[in-house]
Design a protein around this ligand. Structure first.
Ligand SMILES: NC(=O)c1ccc[n+]([C@@H]2O[C@H](COP(=O)([O-])OP(=O)(O)OC[C@H]3O[C@@H](n4cnc5c(N)ncnc54)[C@H](O)[C@@H]3O)[C@@H](O)[C@H]2O)c1
Length: 332
C-alpha cells in the first residue's frame, strides 16, 4: 500500500475526536460525521464560543454515539485521554482573529500550545489521520490572484495567521518525525448558520442583518471595494470529511469558492436576500485589517479531495437570513 493509499480514511464506523466541535464549523462537521455513520464522535470544546445548542440536533440523532466533553485543548490529560483509541482527529478549536490581536498571550497558549498538544497526542495515540483547520490568513494580502497554496506566508502580519502557519509547520514536522498523516485546510471567508449572532466579535453580516431588519441601511466603512471569497459552512464541513477520506497526506488545501465579491457587493446581495430595497450607507474608512483582496485558486482541492463548493451566495445568504431570524426570534 502506498503512503497516500494508507492516508485514505473512511469516517463511517470510525472513532473520531472533534476539537472545537460545538463551534460554527465544528458542529456542522459533527452533523455530517453522525449522518455518515461514525461509530463514536467525541467533541472537546471549552465553550468559550461554542454552544451546546449547536450539537443538540446531532445529539438526538446520534444518541450515545456523540459525547460533548467540556474541556480545554490545553489540558494535556484530557487531550491524552480523548485521543487514545481514536481513528481520526478533526482539529478546529481556536480563538478568533480579533481576540488573538487583543490577547496574543492567550492566543499563543490556545492556538500554538493547545494545537501542539493535540498533534503530539494524536501521534502518540497512533491516530490514523488529523484534519486541521488553517486559514487564508496565512497569506496576508496575497501578491497573486487567484492565490494558490504555493503562495508564500510572509505578507501575513497577524498573530492569528502566524499561529496558523506554525500549526501547519508542526503538522509537517510530526508527519516527518512520527509518520502522522494529516491534511490542513485553509478556509477563506466563512459564513452560514451558527455564526456567532450574539458575541462581541460578531461578523459584519450579522451586524448588517440587524440593521436591515430595523429598516436601517447596512453600513460600510470605507469605499467597500475590498473583496472576499466567501464559502458556506456546509461546504467547509464537507471538505473536512473529504480530506479524511481522500488518499492524501502532508498537504494543505484552499477551501473557498473562487468567486470574488466586494464588501459593497456583499451588502447588495444581503439586501436582496432580505427582500429589502434599501441601499448601503458608506462611513469613514476604518483600518480593520490590511487584506484588501481575497480570491482563491481551489483547483488542488477539486483534484485531490474531489471537493467543490455547492452552495452559491444567493442560496447561502437566504439560508443564513432564515437561520438568523429563527435564532433571534425575528418574525417578519
Ligand atoms: N470562521 C472563519 O471565518 C474561519 C476562517 C478560517 C479559518 N477558520 C478556522 O476554523 C476553525 C473553526 O472556526 P469557527 O468559525 O467554527 O469558530 P468558532 O469560534 O465557532 O469555533 C471554535 C470552537 O473552538 C472552541 N475553543 C476555542 N478555544 C478552545 C480551547 N482552548 N479548548 C477547547 N475548545 C476551544 C470554541 O468554544 C468554539 O466552539 C478554527 O480553527 C478557525 O481558526 C475559521
Amino acid at each position: 500500500m502506498t503512503a497516500s493509499e494508507k492516508a485514505a480514511q473512511p469516517v463511517s464506523g470510525q472513532k473520531i475526536l472533534v476539537t472545537g466541535g460545538a463551534g460554527t464549523i465544528g458542529s456542522t462537521l459533527v452533523d455530517q460525521l453522525v449522518d455518515a455513520g461514525a461509530a463514536e464522535v467525541v467533541v472537546l470544546d471549552n465553550l468559550v464560543r461554542g454552544r451546546r445548542e449547536n450539537i443538540a440536533a446531532a445529539q438526538e440523532r446520534a444518541g450515545d454515539r456523540l459525547t460533548l466533553v467540556e474541556g480545554d485543548i490545553n489540558d494535556l490529560g484530557v487531550v491524552r485521554e480523548l485521543t487514545a483509541g481514536k481513528d481520526l482527529v478533526f482539529h478546529l478549536a481556536a480563538l478568533r482573529i480579533t481576540q488573538c490581536a487583543e490577547q496574543p498571550r492567550t492566543a499563543l497558549e490556545s492556538l500554538v500550545d493547545g494545537t501542539f498538544s493535540v498533534i503530539e497526542q494524536a501521534a502518540e495515540a497512533g491516530v490514523k489521520k488529523v484534519v486541521a483547520s488553517s486559514s487564508a490568513s496565512v497569506y496576508g494580502l496575497a501578491e497573486e490572484f487567484p492565490t494558490t497554496e504555493r503562495h508564500h506566508p510572509y505578507n501575513n502580519d497577524t498573530f492569528y495567521g502566524a499561529a496558523k502557519a506554525f500549526n501547519e509547520g508542526m503538522l509537517r514536522s510530526f508527519h516527518a518525525m512520527k509518520g502522522l498523516d494529516y491534511v490542513a485546510l485553509r478556509y477563506f471567508n466563512v459564513y452560514g448558520p451558527r455564526m456567532d449572532a450574539y458575541g462581541v466579535y460578531t461578523e459584519v453580516l450579522i451586524r448588517w442583518m440587524e440593521r436591515i431588519q430595523r429598516g436601517e441601511r447596512p453600513l460600510i466603512f470605507g469605499d467597500g471595494l475590498q473583496t472576499m471569497d466567501f464559502v458556506h459552512v456546509h461546504d467547509i464541513a464537507r471538505a473536512n470529511v473529504l480530506a479524511a477520506q481522500a488518499p492524501v497526506t502532508d498537504d494543505v488545501y484552499n477551501i473557498a469558492t473562487a468567486q470574488e465579491i466586494s464588501l459593497a457587493g456583499l451588502a447588495d446581495a444581503l439586501l436582496k436576500a432580505m427582500d429589502s430595497d434599501l441601499t448601503p450607507e458608506f462611513g469613514p474608512a476604518r483600518q480593520v485589517n490590511g487584506v484588501t483582496r481575497r480570491l482563491a485558486d481551489i483547483s488542488a482541492a477539486a483534484r485531490d479531495l474531489g471537493w467543490k463548493p455547492t452552495i452559491g451566495m444567493d442560496e447561502g445568504l437566504r439560508g443564513l437570513v432564515a437561520w438568523w431570524k429563527q435564532e433571534t426570534g425575528v418574525t417578519a
